[in-house]
Structure formats: structure tokens, C-alpha cells
Design a protein around this ligand. Structure first.
Ligand code: ZN
Ligand code: ZN
Length: 291
């Protein structure tokens, strides 16, 4: 199970919705996606853990997604963090952080390791190009599949030797008293869940492909019916819903809602005409993703 916190669900400038930030937690590991201004304040206020973050991934270099990051890293340092922080993002992120630290006279007292992808806490994180007005990435978080041995079934056949159990679990065939036991007969695979976050994007093929069969798709839904949405590099709520439907996802979270919608319910109503299982991401709410 992966728990997804919508720390901030708006876009552009802060309003009654915070700027984009999504916290993904699994078994004590936590990874932040995007870090708009105000993110560290929210992580602290709601007890979501600031110093415990393992990694931060940024989708693109627009200010609403990245301006909170230098401050977040500086606070981690002031709070005495020592463990390494993994950081991933588009071209320019490393330079942006280095320059910010240089001019604010801050030297992180813990290592920053820049990565393109990562495996932590039984999850793999990888990126894909999304379709915005500048270089931008979306992210796929995939929980590892879990292979279990059906011990009951083996016991029914009279096998109790743990060494046999181990070999079968490793995918090897075993011969016991002249009977060949095949792993396929006794292994069950529990599929890990998949979460996809698009960042800012207009609808496009890359996103549809990356989101294929996701358990949760978090998609740019900046506007309801803005004619210029695509030329701004954004999506309408119904674009997000159409992508969700084409990608056969299980659930869709409408995210990056423009500050112009004090009441965003028309976005979700419109999206549901194209993909029923969708909801509005609300600030400081969470969603459990189960297979
Ligand atoms: Zn944005
Ligand atoms: Zn943007």
C-alpha cells in the first residue's frame, strides 16, 4: 500500500489552495514530488515529517513547483539532518540549488545526491517526459511485486522442509521423493501498485503511455474550459479524464487547480462525464493506493 498526501493542490500562485507538492509514503519511507512555496510550512504544521524525507523529485523549473525547495533543504540542515537526500529533476535544478545556496551563504550539512531514478522503500521511481511549455517530467512510482509461497498447499502435499520452500520461492524446481515440484504451482504474485504524477502538462501520448494501468493517476487539471489551456501547456479537467480512460487507470486525482475556481466542483462534474472514478485533490488530504 502506498499513501499519497496532497500537500498542495493548486497551481500558479498560492491562494486557498497551496502550491504543488505531493508526498508519497510507504513503510516509513517518504518521497516528495514538487515543492512549491509554503510546502515546508505545511509539512511541519501537519506533522508530515520534514527531516525524515528521503528524496525530492521536481517536475519542472516553474517557480510554483520549485521555489520552496531551497528553503526546505536549508531547514533540514538547521534541524540537524545528517542523512543523504536524493534529489531528482530536470536540467537546471542542480544549478538553481547551487546558486541559491551560494547567494544565501548556506552549505548543506548533509549530502545531496542527484539521481534520475531511485529505488527506496520497496518502490521504484522513474521519470518520463511530459508536455509543457518548458522541459518537464512526470513520475511513475511503482511498488515492487510481492511473491508469496503457498505454504498451505505444499503442506497438503506432505512437504514441510523449509529448504524446499526456499528453493521454490527462488523460482527453482525441486524433486521430493521422486515428485517434481514446480514453483509456478506454489507461487502467487501480488502485484505492486502504480502511481503516476504528470506535473504540468497538456494531454499527450507520452502521458497516456506512462499512465497505462496506473492505480492512481494525478493529472494536471488546471482549467474547466479555458480555450488557451493547451497553448499554456496545461489540461482541462476533461482532458485529464480522457487520458485516464485511454490509459485504463483505476482512479484519477484532479490536481494543479487554478486559483480562479474558488468552487472547483464543476471541474470534477465535467471530468466524470468522461471518467467516473475521479476526485479533486484537496490540500492536506490523503489517498491510500491498494492493488
Ligand atoms: Zn504549475
Ligand atoms: Zn508549469
Amino acid at each position: 500500500m502506498i499513501r499519497v498526501y496532497f500537500v498542495g493542490s493548486g497551481g500558479g500562485s498560492p491562494s486557498f489552495r497551496g502550491l504543488p507538492a505531493i508526498l508519497v509514503k510507504r513503510e516509513g519511507w517518504s518521497v516528495l514530488f514538487d515543492c512549491g512555496e509554503g510546502t515546508q510550512w505545511r509539512l511541519m504544521k501537519y506533522g508530515l515529517g520534514l527531516t525524515s524525507l528521503d528524496a525530492v523529485f521536481v517536475t519542472h523549473m516553474h517557480g510554483d513547483h520549485v521555489l520552496g525547495l531551497p528553503g526546505l533543504i536549508e531547514s533540514m540542515g538547521l534541524l540537524g539532518r545528517e542523512k543523504k537526500l536524493y534529489v531528482g529533476g530536470p536540467r537546471g535544478l542542480r544549478e538553481f540549488l547551487t546558486e541559491s545556496f551560494k547567494w544565501t551563504r548556506f552549505n548543506p550539512p548533509f549530502p545531496l545526491e542527484f539521481v534520475d531514478s531511485l529505488e527506496v522503500g520497496g518502490m521504484s521511481i522513474s521519470s518520463f517526459p511530459s508536455c509543457h511549455t518548458i522541459d518537464s517530467l512526470g513520475y511513475v512510482v511503482k511498488e515492487k511485486d510481492r511473491v508469496n509461497l503457498n505454504v498451505e498447499r505444499l503442506r497438503e502435499t506432505g512437504v514441510k522442509d523449509w529448504r524446499v520452500f526456499r528453493l521454490l520461492k527462488e523460482g527453482k524446481s525441486v524433486e521430493v521423493k521422486g515428485v517434481k515440484l514446480d514453483p509456478e504451482t506454489y507461487l502467487t504474485t501480488r502485484r505492486g501498485v502504480k502511481v503516476v504524477y504528470t506535473g504540468d502538462t497538456m494531454p499527450c501520448e507520452q502521458v497516456i503511455r506512462a499512465a497505462e494501468e496506473a492505480d492512481l493517476l494525478i493529472h494536471d487539471s488546471t482549467f474547466l474550459d479555458e480555450k488557451e489551456a493547451h497553448s499554456f501547456g496545461h489540461s482541462l479537467a476533461r482532458d485529464a479524464a480522457t487520458t485516464a480512460s485511454k490509459s485504463h487507470v483505476k482512479a484519477l486525482a484532479l490536481f494543479h487547480i487554478s486559483a480562479r475556481y474558488r468552487d472547483a466542483s464543476p471541474l470534477v462534474q465535467d471530468a466524470r462525464r468522461f471518467f467516473p472514478h475521479c476526485f479533486l485533490a484537496e490540500d492536506v488530504s490523503f489517498y491510500d493506493v491498494r492493488a
